[in-house]
Design a protein around this ligand. Sequence first.
Ligand code: GLA
Length: 409
Amino acid sequence: MNVPEDRPQAAEEPELAELLSTHRDAFRERHAGAGELRQFFSPGRVNLMGAHLDYNGGPVMPTAIDRGTFLAIRPRGDSRIRFSSDLEAGTGEFSLDELPNARTENWFDYALGVVQELDQVARERGAHRALSGFELHFGGNLPVGAGLSSSASMCVGTALALDDIWELECPMETLVDVALQAERGFVGVQCGIMDPFAVGFSRPETLLWIDCKDASCFHLPFDARELVIAVADTGVRRELAQGEFNDRVRQCHEAFAILREHAPNAECLRDVPLEVLERHGGALSDVQRLRARHVLLEVRRTFEAREALEAGDAETFGRAMTEAHHSLRDLYEVSCPELDHLVDTAVAVPGVLGSRLTGAGFGGCAVILARRGVEEELAARLRESYRQDFGREAGVEFFRGSPGPRQTF
Ligand code: GLA
C-alpha cells in the first residue's frame, strides 16, 4: 500500500465542540464510575466519482466530510467491554477473554469486529500484557445507512480509540485495514476498500484519488472557495440493501470470470478492455452484461473526470457525475425514484454542475457539486419539489471537508 501517512491535526469548530461536550455527558449518564474519559471523532465520506468500482479494482474519488461518529471511551481495570450508543437501541457487553466468534446481528457487530481484528494485530505486534476492557459510547451527526459511510466511520473511529487505550501506536494504514477486515470478515459485507480509506486518509480541500487495484492513493486539489458539495437525503433506508450490494459484487465477479478468457492480462474487471465486452458480451447473462458495461464506462469516466479536475474544468467533472448517475440507474440498477428525482431537480438549478447517488444506492443520498452562491436556491428547490412529489422532507446539507479521524479531548 502507498498512502499518505501524516496524522491529522484540526482546530476544533465551536459547533462540534458543543456536540462533543453533550456526547461526554451522555457517556457519563450511561456508564457510572470514575476514570479518564477520552473522546474521538471519525468522519463520514461522500464519493464523487467511481461508483461501485472499488471492488472491481477501479479508481474512486471520495472525500471525508465534517460530519461523523463521536466516540467516548474509558479503559477498565478488567477485561469487560461495553458498547452503548445515542443512535441505536440496546447495549452490548462481553469479555475480551470470550468474544463471540460469529456476528450477533446487533449494531455493535461493527465495533466487535474491530476489537477482534485489533486484538489480533496486538498479538502479532507482541503485546504480551492483557489488553484492558473498556466502556465505549457512540454518537454522531451523520445519518446512519444514508450512503455516507457511517459504518466505516464507526469502524475506523473504534480502531483509533482502541489503538489509543491499548497503546499500540499503529499507523493509520493499519487502523484502516483493521476497519476493512472487520466489516468484510465479522460483519460479512463484501465491501471494497474505498470507505475506510476515504475516512482515514482524506484531507480538507482535496478529493482522495484511490486506485483500488493496488491501493495507492493521493490527494487531488479541490477548490472549496469556488465549489461546494451538497448532499440531499431521500430518507429511504432499505433493509435488503446489504444483500443487493453483495449480489452486485457477485455479478461483477462472474462477469470477470467469463471475460478474462478474452483478456489474458486482466487482473480484475477494471482491466478488461471495453472492446472485449463488446465482442464477447454474448457469453454473459443480460444482468452480467449490464453490470460490466457500467463498470467499464465508469472507469473511463472517472479517469476523464480526474483530468478535468486537474485542468480546473469543473463543468466537465460535474457532467461526468450526472452521467455516472444515469449509468447507476439504467445499467447497475441501484437507484430508486426518490434518488432520480433529487438528481434531476438538482441539475436543473443554475450553477449546479452535476449530481449522482453516493454510496451503494438503493436509497440514501444524492451528492451534488455546485458553484458557491447557489446554496439557498438549491436547498429551497430540492425541498419544495421533493415535498410535492413524495409528500415528505428531503434533508439538504452542505459539507466542508474533514482532516480525518482524531482525538478530540
Ligand atoms: C458502499 C461500499 C463501498 C463501495 C460503494 C459503491 O459504500 O461500502 O465499498 O463499493 O458502496 O461505490
